[in-house]
Design a protein around this ligand. Structure first.
Ligand code: ATP
Ligand code: MG
Length: 383
């Protein structure tokens, strides 16, 4: 017998003619997620199997698989010869000692000498006589033991299902550039778009020396957590310090944030184009703060051609926090470091900036030169 992780996939079967491509990308993502762990990945009828890993790493393998988009569910189980004695040896490993249970058998190999019902009855009977604390309940069992008889004389035995990340394999929907702050929202936005198959590359704006190295490290940590889902191990950072200083020196304070955001979008678009990304992604949510009013979003959108995806636009903060906790970014996001937006934050930011007024303020700046200066500061952090 061999310990394996059984993988069932989610939406891939919907994709008709493209199915082969989707499955190829999915396999590659599974491989990437298991980097550093010896293993073999097998495609079998309707599912994937990870085998050949050190037994002690089964939980780690399963945890990594559970974060790959496209995975509907997964189970840690055993691959074994399909004769009943061998199957029963595995069943003993996954079955409980007490409580109620049932055995569910699926017989992919139709020539097997027993029917599914007969296998379940036989295995259930053996368990009952070996473990007197158990009882059968076919309607609402506390535990279920699954047996899957496969073509070629083997069987899979497992006892539970882990919930997969769902969604579509990353890479099947093109590439985007996530503007990632150190806050709660943008990592969740990145997660959501990766879940829809987008390769999510990362860009962070800093205002060093107004913001310190700690702020950058925090974002790098968030990037690392996200990479378990996205497999992207690169974070680009770029400085907007001189832009903030120039805006502060020349423009009306109430427009500080609006103007800075227009620069961020422009710079992001330039970097996206270089990286071959077809869209920008932000963690904005309608009405959440002064710059996220319809007028605020309009003013940012006006300076870029690429589509801006805002998967959180209709979410309440509470809902975003719940997701951040679920994906594991929350605890890092709430660490206290300053974001560049807060450095020159005016007391009363314009909540409904009229585009014409914004453009009039912006005319006081050499926009192109400021962008070029930023682009010269791009750094790449890999992990
Ligand atoms: P977040 O929790 O993601 O920081 P927020 O609610 O604090 O969002 P803002 O600070 O207004 O809202 O930022 C809105 C969006 O702009 C962020 O979700 C992110 O996509 C982008 N953004 C803000 N600051 C930065 C930054 N320093 N670097 C990169 N992107 C940023
Ligand atoms: Mg923020």
């Amino acid at each position: 017998m061999e310990k394996v992780v059984i993988i069932r996939y989610a939406e891939i079967h919907l994709k008709g003619k493209n199915r082969g491509y989707f499955e190829h990308v999915f396999s590659m993502n599974l491989e990437k997620s298991l980097k550093g762990i010896r293993h073999e990945l097998h495609r079998t009828s309707g599912r994937w199997l990870v085998a050949g890993f050190p037994e002690a790493l089964a939980e780690e393998v399963a945890a990594r698989i559970g974060k790959v988009f496209g995975v509907h569910s997964y189970s840690i189980g055993y691959l074994v010869d399909s004769d009943l004695g061998a199957v029963y040896d595995c069943v003993k490993l996954v079955a409980p000692e007490e409580g109620s249970f049932k055995v569910v058998t699926h017989r992919g190999y139709k020539k097997y000498p027993l029917t599914s019902m007969e296998i379940s009855a036989e295995i259930g009977g053996r368990l009952l006589s070996d473990r007197p604390q158990l009882r059968v309940d076919v309607h609402e069992p506390e535990h279920t033991v699954y047996i899957d008889i496969r073509d070629g004389g083997s069987a899979l035995v497992f006892g539970s299902f882990g919930e997969g990340a769902g969604g579509m394999p990353v890479g099947t929907s093109g590439k985007g550039l996530l503007m990632i702050s150190g806050g709660i929202d943008s990592p969740v936005a990145g997660y959501m778009m990766a879940k829809r198959g987008l390769i999510v590359e990362l860009l962070h704006f800093h205002s060093y020396p107004y913001t310190n190295e700690g702020a950058k490290e925090k974002v790098a940590e968030l990037a690392k957590i996200l990479s378990a889902y996205t497999q992207v191990r690169l974070l680009r950072t770029v400085s907007v310090t001189h832009i903030q200083e120039e805006i502060h020196a020349k423009c009306k304070a109430e427009f500080n944030v609006t103007l800075l955001r227009r620069f961020m979008f422009r710079i992001a678009e330039r970097i996206a184009e270089r990286a071959g990304a077809g869209c920008l992604v932000t963690g904005e949510s309608l009405g959440q703060v002064a710059s996220q009013t319809l007028e605020g979003l309009t003013s940012s959108n006006a300076v870029v051609k690429l589509p801006v995806l805002r998967p959180l636009v209709g979410f309440d903060k509470d809902e975003i926090i719940l997701r951040a906790k679920k994906i594991g970014t929350y605890d890092t996001s709430v660490l206290p470091y300053e974001d560049c937006c807060t450095v020159f934050l005016p007391e009363f930011p314009a909540t409904r900036p009229k585009l014409a007024a914004v453009e009039a303020e912006e005319a006081k700046l050499d926009v192109e030169a400021l962008i070029e200066e930023s682009l010269a500061t791009v750094e790449r952090i890999t992990f």
